[in-house]
Write a protein that binds this ligand. Structure first.
Ligand code: UFG
Length: 339
């Protein structure tokens, strides 16, 4: 298939581009490069040996997107990852988050309809489950409970828009993938997460501490009702996450489906820090800090539906993810900017 990958130069996007190409698909990327760099696409090309036509533009620029799709016709499918993703920023700038995330998705669906593209795989998030009522989370677990931030709300709204579009168009094959916590990097050390400024997420933060760029990890809460008192999450290696997109794309049938992409294995904050110490061979100082507002104690997936229907399952462990993140970190101390 020829696949248009929106946000294809981002952390998950670049790994998904590699997985698609390695599965025999042709990939086109549209990305505004606001959170990443064209260097990521160059490295995808270096790893795969493929040429990846890339449009540096906002997906909401319908004229530019249409011209790009026509230039590379026929485009068979879209994998839609473009969007803003910082939870805290979404609380401070809600209108921008709704504008970019929802606006991007609507523009894309319009272009797909006009250009006869009938398959979409959308990057949703486990955040749509809000505060879990029961664990593990299945795709039938209630969504929208206590959604603490506009970022999560945009994911839920976009899921509903895509679901409604599929209900109205019998040709549309639509899939939402609810990601748990993506971590790790490409084993080559060439592609990885490149957060700007001080990272918000745990593994990038721990990695900065391991390399000596930050003094210590603040463990946000040690009095949760969990085995060691710290938060439990389902950390999925980004390469496993990427292969989930390939499976979803190849199995998509008319209608709308939702799949959890997670390992099903809860890992605590302290366990992740210990795994990173093993992978890096460094001591990682940490101190207990107050709970972070909006955090839930525990969230992890039941990935059985994706296993059953997509024939997909995770292969890599938290130790693999720490090792690969550390390789990326040590080879690219300044991210893509150092290239
Ligand atoms: N944590 C710390 N210290 C830190 C950072 C995080 O203790 O410096 C803890 C958090 O309290 C939490 C765990 O590490 O228990 C994971 O936190 P992350 O910020 O890495 O990830 P979240 O689970 O908060 O959120 C992530 C993504 C969201 C996505 C969500 C889906 O950031 O985009 O997973 O569940 F929506």
């Amino acid at each position: 298939m020829r696949v248009l990958l929106t946000g294809g130069a981002g952390y998950i996007g670049a790994h998904t581009a590699i997985a698609l190409i390695e599965a025999g698909h042709d990939v086109l990327i549209i990305d505004d490069m606001s959170g990443t760099s064209v260097e990521a696409v160059r490295r995808v090309e270096r790893i795969t040996g493929a040429t990846v036509p890339t449009l540096v533009a906002d997906v909401r620029d319908v004229d530019a997107l249409t011209a790009f799709v026509r230039e590379h016709a026929p485009v068979d499918a879209v994998v839609h990852l473009a969007g803003l993703k910082a939870v805290g920023e979404s609380v401070a700038e809600p209108v921008r988050y709704y504008d970019v995330n929802v606006g991007t998705s609507i523009a894309l669906l319009k272009v797909m309809a006009a250009e006869g593209i009938h398959t979409i795989v959308f990057s949703s998030s486990a955040t749509v489950y809000g505060t879990p009522e029961a664990l593990p989370l299945t795709e039938d677990s209630p969504t929208g409970i206590d959604l603490a931030n506009p970022y999560g709300k945009t994911k839920r709204i976009i899921e509903e828009i895509i679901s409604d579009a599929a209900a109205a168009d019998p040709q549309l094959r639509a899939v939402s993938l609810r990601y748990f916590n993506p971590v790790g990097a490409h084993p080559s050390g060439l592609i990885g997460e490149d957060p700007h400024g001080i990272p918000n997420n745990l593994m990038p933060f721990v990695s900065r501490v391991a390399i000596g760029a930050l003094p210590e990890v603040a463990v946000f809460g040690s009095d949760y009702d969990t085995p060691d008192g710290t938060g439990l999450r389902d950390y999925i290696h980004v390469s496993d996450l990427a292969s989930g997109h390939v499976a979803a794309l190849e199995q998509a049938s008319p209608g709308y489906e939702v799949y959890n992409l997670g390992t099903g294995e809860p890992v605590s904050v302290l366990e992740l820090i210990a795994a990173f110490e093993r992978a890096s061979g460094r001591d990682i100082p940490r101190r207990v800090a107050p709970r972070r507002p909006g955090d839930v104690a525990a969230t992890y997936a039941d990935p059985a539906k994706a296993q059953r229907e997509l024939g997909w399952s995770t292969r890599l462990t938290i130790d693999d993810a720490c090792r690969d993140y550390w390789t990326w970190q040590t080879q690219n101390p300044n991210g893509y900017a150092g290239a």
